[in-house]
Design a protein around this ligand. Structure first.
Ligand SMILES: NC(=O)c1ccc[n+]([C@@H]2O[C@H](COP(=O)([O-])OP(=O)(O)OC[C@H]3O[C@@H](n4cnc5c(N)ncnc54)[C@H](OP(=O)(O)O)[C@@H]3O)[C@@H](O)[C@H]2O)c1
Length: 508
């Protein structure tokens, strides 16, 4: 067997193409600032802030709830701490010796009923622990909105979190933003999918409300900038992009930029619950997030205070530029973080295969012997899903995806963050990567609606001078319907997985 001298890390690890949002920031790195803690490090904003802080020479500690080797691979110099903000002792340990803490925690995925209480408790704990540990500053990214008006539960919650954090002695800098536009951001994905999927886009009356979207790069610039300007401590700032637009304008601009001919039709029917379901059905964003974000559309979110410009005088991007930036990142296959990057480790779907007691009840194995080397086979496995599809019987995968969407599951439209790189916790359509051992194993955990828990495992075992390529489906259920589901789908599995494995081998 021969091994090609190819750099495997290019395929499996996150692309490390260097570009920095903060290159032209008017502030300068401050070497007197000690350890900087980034909470929400697994999230959309946290994942983009960390490399910027590192590039400016800061000592960074990241706070996450779930242990994963991906953090060390992404940022070898950061110090990871494992803490849940709902556990004050864990927070105290995480904040020990910290100079400045970024507060980027929120729990929208818990759903409307539960996220408010969880977020408030997390903020109270954080304030108490930060004060006890003598933290010098907290920087919080919250949301725009006027508490004197009737705000959506999401916006109200973001403002109440700010108020809770400010009750302590540690000075808090609050940055208040409307929707954030960038590759992988939830709001951008909703707008993009609605425009993509609908030749005739309905415009209810609340889509004519005003909003001041901001590009993700400008958010990161403000987050880093306020750290470097001590006078911003203890103050609250509105941050926004260079345009005030209606939601209808945003959809129209996106269609224009993409040269998509769309008819925008004003409709008198304005039931928000219906539109939330409809948006959740047409986009890959889970109902828990779409519902909260859509509720916020009823409120005008524009900046009333421009004082941040006195401290950080740069021109934020226009909405159109932010859209072009996001589309470019997608084309370059260089999306750094996405709305699906964060995933609560306590979520019942996050149970790992090896944690399952007494183990999966059902297993179906399919294998073939190949003369090809393990690197080629593994590279072929790593191409599945997203734009490439599932190599064979794609219509069946799509049908399963639509069924999942109808049940408000994640469906297949999440695709992949990148078509050329994979890392643990990445999403592949309705799967999430649980384990990735180059040339040996790729384990995917199902996140679609199922009457049980399922995993799909790809393995390569050497056998003499050849390699055995395996696809193994694991399934666990406690219900009668769950068992029925397994047996109904077993013949399809046989058909799909046997063909899939042959295609993987053929394409490798
Ligand atoms: N994205 C936007 O469009 C937008 C717009 C305006 C303002 N913001 C604000 O920006 C901040 C960050 O947002 P984001 O989009 O980056 O959020 P995100 O991607 O959903 O990430 C949320 C983070 O919170 C963490 N978290 C949740 N509950 C926690 C707990 N109990 N203990 C510790 N960590 C916990 C999650 O960690 P796990 O991995 O452990 O779940 C995750 O890293 C939020 O305050 C949000 O309001 C965002």
């Amino acid at each position: 067997m021969t091994h090609e001298p190819i750099n495997k890390s290019l395929l499996y690890k996150l692309a490390k193409r260097e570009y920095r949002y903060t290159q032209d920031l008017p502030s300068k790195p401050d070497p007197s600032i000690g350890t900087v803690l980034v909470t929400g490090a697994s999230g959309y904003i946290g994942g983009r802030l960390i490399p910027e802080l590192l590039s400016r020479g800061y000592r960074v500690r990241i706070m996450v709830r779930g242990r994963s080797p991906e953090y060390h691979e992404l940022w070898p110099s950061v110090e990871p701490v494992y803490a849940d903000a709902l556990d004050i002792d864990q927070l105290r340990a995480a904040l020990d010796g910290v100079h400045t803490a970024y507060y980027l925690i929120h729990s929208l995925l818990l759903g409307r009923k539960d996220f408010e209480a969880a977020d408030l408790q997390a903020a109270i704990n954080f304030r108490i622990a930060a004060q006890a540990k003598g933290v010098k500053r907290i920087i919080y990214l919250g949301a725009l909105g006027d508490m004197r008006t009737k705000l959506s539960s999401h916006l109200r919650n973001r403002i109440r979190v700010a108020e809770e954090l400010r009750l302590g002695e540690v000075p808090v800098t609050i940055l208040r933003a409307a929707i954030i536009i960038g590759s992988g951001s939830a709001s951008y994905e909703i707008i993009k999918h609605l425009v993509n999927r609908l030749p005739l886009v309905p415009i209810p009356k609340w889509a004519l409300n005003k909003c001041q979207p901001i590009a993700v790069r400008d958010v990161i610039k403000y987050l880093v900038g306020v750290l470097e300007i001590p006078e911003t401590a203890g103050r609250s700032f509105d941050i926004g992009g260079s345009d005030v637009l209606t939601y209808a304008d945003m959809m129209k601009t996106l269609a224009e930029v993409r040269h998509q001919k769309r008819v925008f039709l004003f409709v008198p029917f304005a039931n928000l619950g219906f539109y939330s379901y409809y948006a959740s059905f047409l986009t890959p964003i889970p109902a828990a997030i779409t519902g909260s974000l859509m509720e916020g559309i009823k409120n005008e979110v524009i900046c009333h205070d421009e004082s941040i410009k006195g401290f950080l005088p740069f021109e934020p991007l226009h909405y159109r530029e932010a859209i072009v930036g996001a589309l470019t990142r997608e084309e370059q296959d260089n999306v750094r973080t996405s709305w699906f990057s964060a995933y609560p480790p306590a979520h019942e779907l996050a149970i790992k295969l090896h944690e399952l007691a007494p183990g999966p009840q059902y297993t179906a194995r399919y294998s073939i012997l190949s003369r090809k080397n393990s690197w080629l086979l593994f590279a072929s496995i790593c191409k599945i899903g997203g734009k490439e599809g599932w190599f064979t019987h794609n219509w069946m995968w799509r049908l399963r995806g639509w069924l999942d969407r109808a049940l408000l599951g994640v469906g297949t439209s999440r695709g992949r963050r990148s078509q050329t790189t994979l890392t643990i916790s990445d999403v592949i359509d309705f799967w999430r990567i649980e384990d990735l051992k180059p040339d040996i194993r790729l384990l995917l955990r199902a996140e679609m609606k199922l009457p049980g828990k399922a995993w799909l495992e790809f393995k390569i075992d050497p056998e003499g001078d050849r390699n055995r390529l395996w696809v193994v489906a694991h399934y666990y259920t406690e219900s009668f319907f769950g068992r029925l589901y397994w047996y109904i789908f077993l013949p399809f599995h046989h058909f799909i997985f046997s063909d899939l494995i042959r295609q993987i081998e053929k394409r490798s």
